[in-house]
Design a protein around this ligand. Sequence first.
Ligand SMILES: Nc1ncnc2c1ncn2[C@@H]1O[C@H](COP(=O)(O)OP(=O)(O)OP(=O)(O)O)[C@@H](O)[C@H]1O
Length: 365
Amino acid sequence: MSLLLSLHLQRGEFCLDIDTAIPSTGITAICGPSGSGKTSLLRCIAGLDTAPSGMVQFAGQDWQTERSLLKTEQRGIGLVFQDAQLFPHLSVMGNLDYARKRQFKKEGPSYDEVCDWLQITPLLNRRVNKLSGGERKRVAIARALLRHPQLLLMDEPLSGLHDSAREHMLDVLQGLPEHLDIPVLYVSHSFHEISRLADHVILIEKGQLIAEGDLISLSTRLDLPLSHQQGAGAVLSARLCNHDLDYGLSTLDVDADHQLTVNHLSAEPGQALRLFVAARDVSISLDAPQHSSIMNILPCTIDTIESHSARSTNAQLTIRLRLNEQFLLARITHKSCDRLQLREGQQVFAQIKTVALINEYGLAQ
Ligand SMILES: Nc1ncnc2c1ncn2[C@@H]1O[C@H](COP(=O)(O)OP(=O)(O)OP(=O)(O)O)[C@@H](O)[C@H]1O
């Protein structure tokens, strides 16, 4: 029951031109620079804007054809915008009750479940103008879920939050898929958010789809802008092997030949996990260091050396390293690359500091 889209919308100079099928499970991130058309795409899916020539079909139901247009309220969509758009004259409970009385379908999570997932039970009697930014966002998501939507659309839901509130929200959002069995479309320009949450990614630029696929493969493609962002890195799928309780560490199997030691993870041996390894935390050595404090030294092959980074304007470049079926990214200086005479196909060792690997990204999908 995927979401099928064929949308063509002209607005002055800007042209949105997207044909794609979005998976019916998990979180799909819509990612692109400012002005690329992310919000326009979401609004067309919601029916808030209409691409005059277009088709939107969800789970076999026509939302838009050449001849018909289903109203937004009939599409069964939960909407969460950048600004929470809560009713200011109502309490948190009043806002939630409003949604509960307008449920799209009977089946869906209960009031208590939603309040528990979003950690808002202690806030129920508060007025919404007395909430922090993060609390307002959690109430807005709860309100959307209480409508029992068949599709959840979120447009930069973490914008405007300071770092710690954003990390808390990411923890909350990361837990949602295990409770929800509806697809989520999540608009963001932050690779950090996407790497924490998304299963599938749609990249758009200037209104055009430039790539789509699973996050793990897209995160390390050097031909895409994701790998050139400041916080770029590889998303790896791994399995928890064991814990070293004496030292507060956990060991993960990346594949039959590669293990990573990370800070202690609250997962069970055998559990599938997703791990983010930032490109700036990976360095390259020609030999396996014998006397290094770095525990993660992984034999790998240089797959691609970024070619279009001009050394006069950027001292760094990104290298893609192959570990059997998966890839790491390493960001090093042009000078180191020349000094080590690195070349594609060369066998090298990737070094990653254990303390850099602090993020547990939950169950792999
Ligand atoms: N109502 C409108 N009328 C005319 N042009 C619009 C309208 N809304 C958006 N645009 C234009 O459409 C283009 C895409 O805007 P959109 O808001 O979809 O981008 P975005 O990727 O969501 O950007 P941001 O990340 O900054 O929110 C921009 O050039 C914008 O100026």
